[in-house]
Each structure stands twice: as structure tokens, then as C-alpha cells.
Design a protein around this ligand. Structure first.
Ligand SMILES: *Cc1c(COP(=O)(O)O)cnc(C)c1O
Length: 454
């Protein structure tokens, strides 16, 4: 039996700034467009939804953005998070590869999401926001924002995708424990929700619909702002504490990764881990192979189109250029593994376009199998989302075994799965299926992409 190898940084090593990769990229991001005029939007267009500080970060090209001291103080509750060498997994795989993982499940909500939730709550408090609206899928983001906003005395209304709301009652209880209100979406509280219900009274909901509801409420109320847990530049920026710490911990380990792996839903935990490494590469440092892993049931990076699209189903958001399956795409109901958003972060899409990262998709059963192997060797039951990264890392380690090459692999273990045990039960009972998404529905959703003059 191999010993546990854990790399721990002291509190004063919590990063003092977030890292903005836009400062190092050879090409800027395509502009965000106003859906009515087709022209680039300005800060004022976003002001009803976000505090100015976050809008500034959204468009910033500065390399280092200082982390406010109150945010660092809260980070101290669980940061720096540990980095482990997965020695028992390596032994089980009989691979010459060295596998490391950064573990973000040590946060109060059990995932990487509080890294941005705390920052967003701080800037909202500073701007006088009384209430924040948001959407949540599996409930990870809703609980993270509920936790963070509660520390700053801000109310939170969470629109939770109905199918998850019904399947995961404990996530709602967790949000309520932090004082948030959690409503099943589509709801009758908003125009957007009522419109969906009129057409599909038994709609199971989607992230796109829940976003429409949350945005609508924020846009109509002076003291209310909207918050997103992934996709946007400022969210990815806040997550870079993960990669910056990992850089230092890999240094402690006396190693540098050849291969980085992360799972991608909207792209935030992935970018948070890989961007600081890619930044080094872009500034002349060592080259890394970077792999984004997504579910075959919702394959935006591998099967989506790189095009301008809406971020939501009700078309209330601006148009962003991203890999998208179409804003009306609803991932099939059998898919248990999270990562269900129809689009991908514009920044991650851009990195893919620039050939700085590669992408691959896996079916859910092979991901759960990887997750179970990880639990039985490393002891942590991973979030279903994280099993995609584990599967990607294991596949690379097996290639090393076949080639007799001892590469160093680092992946982001973005959360634990303690609220997702139903999905594991379904896996053990062989109730999960591996169908792909419906080709016809994807074609229809893609046909509905907005037309934007080039
Ligand atoms: C929300 C979530 C994801 C997906 O979001 P990203 O922005 O792609 O990181 C992945 N893993 C966990 C544990 C999550 O909670």
C-alpha cells in the first residue's frame, strides 16, 4: 500500500491576485453583441444585472487583478486547497505516469464554486445590492451562492431546474439552511417561466430557462442583481486561485505537469486550473497538453458550433461567441452527470479555437466507472462532473502504460459527490444508459441560432 502524498500550502500562500489570461493571448475575444442592434455592448448595457466592479473584470485585459482582502479572509476557511499525488490510483492502474489532483471539495459547499461566489457576493455588497437572483442545475451553484451571500447579508433567490429540484431535495434544504429561497424552474413567478409552462405544462426545465427567469427578475428590480456561476470571464477569472496554488504545489512536488485535465460544463473549474499554466506557456514557459472533458450527452465543445448565440432560452441575454448546441437544446433526461449547459464559456471556446486546448467527450457509464475506481483507491467519492476529469486522466495514464512513458498528469478534482448519491445508486443498479443526445433535436436547436452579420 502506497502512502498518502499531500502538498499543503500555508495560508499566506493564498494568491493575492486573480490571473487574467486575456493579457497573454495572441488574439482578443470576439466582442459581446447586443441582440437588437448587432453592435458590441458597453458596460451600461450590463449595469442592470451586475455591479460595475464585476463588469470591469468582465472586459479587463489586465494580467493581475487584486483579490480584495475580505475575500481572501473568507478563502482562508478552506484555501489553499490540498493537492494530492494519486499513488494508490497509479498503483491500481499499474501505470508509469504520475497522477496529481487538486481537490476543491474541501470548500463549505463541496466544490470549486465558492471561489467565485464569495467574490461576487463581496462586490454586490459593496455596490449596495439587497438581493441576488441566480439559476442552478444540480444545486452546487445555488448552495455556493447561498453560502457566500449569507456571509454578506444579501438575500438570494435560486431558480432550480425542475428535474433536479425534484430529484435532489437535499440541495434545496442546504440552500435554505443558508437562508436562500429556492424555486423550481420553470416557475409561475416570471414572464419567461410562464411562457414555457403555457407551451409545455410539464416542462422539466433547463439551465437556459432558469437563467431567463433569474435575469428577468434582476432586470426589473433596482435593488436586485443577477449572478452566474460559470461561463463569464469574471467567473473564470475568480477560479484561477486553483491553478495558481497548483503551480506552487507542483513546484513543491518537484514536478511539472505534461498533461492537464479538467471537466467542462460552462468551463470555470477547467479554466481556473489550466489558465495559469497556459499563461506560463504563452509567456515562454513549459508547454502543456490541456484536455477538456465533457459528457457525450451535452457535447458543446466537441459537437457544437462556434457561433454567436444567446446564453439563455428566453433570449434575454446578449449574444456571445461560443461553442453552442443551440439555446433551445435540452440535454436528454437520462443524463445523470451534470455539465448540462448548452454553451461553453467564450474564453474556453476561444482557447480551443486558438488550438491551446483539446476536447473530448465520454459517456456517463465509463465516467462513473472511473469515479468508483477513484473512490476505491483515493477514498473520495467524486461529484459526477468530476468523474469526467478522472476518466480523462485515467485514459492518459493508460496511454503512458501502453507507451512505457512516465508522463506527469494533473487534473482538477472539482468537488465531492455527497449530494449526488442517487446517481451512484442508479449506476450500481445498472439504471444508467449511454445513449447519445437526439440528433434531430440538436439539428433543430442549431438551426435556430441567431443570424449575426460577420
Ligand atoms: C458546477 C460544477 C461543474 C461545472 O461547471 P464548470 O463551470 O464547467 O466548472 C463541474 N463540477 C462541479 C463539482 C460543479 O459543481
Amino acid at each position: 500500500m502506497s502512502d498518502t502524498v499531500k502538498y499543503v500550502l500555508s495560508e499566506d500562500r493564498i494568491p493575492r491576485s486573480w490571473y487574467n489570461i486575456l493579457a497573454d493571448l495572441p488574439e482578443p475575444l470576439p466582442p459581446v453583441l447586443h441582440p437588437g442592434t448587432g453592435q458590441p455592448i458597453g458596460p451600461d448595457d450590463l449595469a442592470p444585472l451586475f455591479p460595475m466592479a464585476l463588469i470591469g473584470q468582465e472586459v479587463s485585459t489586465e494580467r493581475e487583478i487584486e483579490i480584495p482582502e475580505p475575500v481572501r479572509q473568507i478563502y482562508r476557511q478552506w484555501r489553499p486547497s490540498p493537492l494530492y499525488r494519486a499513488r494508490r490510483l497509479e498503483a491500481d492502474l499499474d501505470t508509469p505516469a504520475k497522477i496529481y489532483y487538486k481537490y476543491e471539495g474541501v470548500s463549505p459547499a463541496g466544490s470549486h464554486k465558492p471561489n467565485t461566489a464569495v467574490a461576487q457576493a463581496f462586490y454586490n455588497k459593496d455596490a449596495g445590492t439587497k438581493r441576488i437572483t441566480t439559476e442552478t442545475g444540480a444545486g452546487q451553484w445555488g448552495s455556493s451562492l447561498a453560502y457566500a451571500a449569507c456571509l454578506f447579508g444579501i438575500d438570494v433567490d435560486v431558480y432550480m431546474v425542475r428535474v433536479s429540484f425534484e430529484q435532489k431535495p437535499y440541495r434545496k434544504a442546504m440552500m435554505e439552511s443558508y437562508g436562500a429561497r429556492c424555486v423550481a424552474s420553470p416557475s409561475t413567478e416570471t414572464q419567461a417561466g410562464r411562457a414555457v409552462l403555457e407551451e409545455h405544462p410539464d416542462s422539466t426545465g433547463s439551465l437556459g430557462i432558469a437563467i431567463s427567469e433569474a435575469v428577468e427578475v434582476a432586470a426589473q428590480n433596482e435593488d436586485t442583481k443577477y449572478s452566474l456561476g460559470s461561463v463569464l470571464n469574471h467567473v473564470l477569472l475568480h477560479q484561477t486561485v486553483v491553478g495558481q496554488e497548483a503551480l506552487e504545489q507542483m513546484h513543491m512536488a518537484g514536478n511539472y505537469p505534461d498533461i492537464l485535465v479538467g471537466c467542462t460544463g460552462g468551463g470555470s473549474n477547467f479554466a481556473g486550473m489550466v489558465n495559469p499554466f497556459l499563461g506560463r506557456q504563452l509567456r515562454g514557459g513549459p508547454k502543456v497538453r490541456v484536455i477538456a472533458v465533457e459528457p457525450a450527452a451535452c457535447p458543446s465543445l466537441t459537437r457544437g458550433k462556434y457561433a454567436y448565440d444567446f446564453g439563455d432560452t428566453g433570449h434575454l441575454t446578449p449574444l456571445v461567441k461560443m461553442h453552442t448546441l443551440g439555446s433551445t437544446f435540452v440535454p436528454p433526461g437520462f443524463h445523470a452527470g451534470g455539465l448540462r449547459y448548452h454553451g461553453m464559456a467564450p474564453l474556453v471556446s476561444h482557447l480551443h479555437q486558438l488550438d491551446l486546448i483539446e476536447a473530448r467527450a465520454y459517456h456517463q457509464k465509463e465516467c462513473f466507472a472511473a469515479g468508483v475506481q477513484f473512490a476505491r483507491t483515493e477514498g473520495i467519492v467524486p461529484a459526477p462532473e468530476a468523474t469526467h476529469a478522472i476518466k480523462g486522466a485515467i485514459d492518459e495514464a493508460m496511454k503512458c502504460r501502453a507507451a512505457g512513458a512516465g508522463r506527469t498528469i494533473l487534473f482538477n478534482m472539482c468537488g465531492h459527490g455527497h449530494f449526488d448519491m442517487q446517481a451512484y445508486s442508479d449506476y450500481f443498479a445498472d439504471n444508467l444508459t449511454d445513449q447519445a443526445y437526439d440528433e434531430g433535436e440538436l439539428a433543430m436547436a442549431l438551426a435556430g441560432l441567431p443570424s449575426v452579420a460577420a
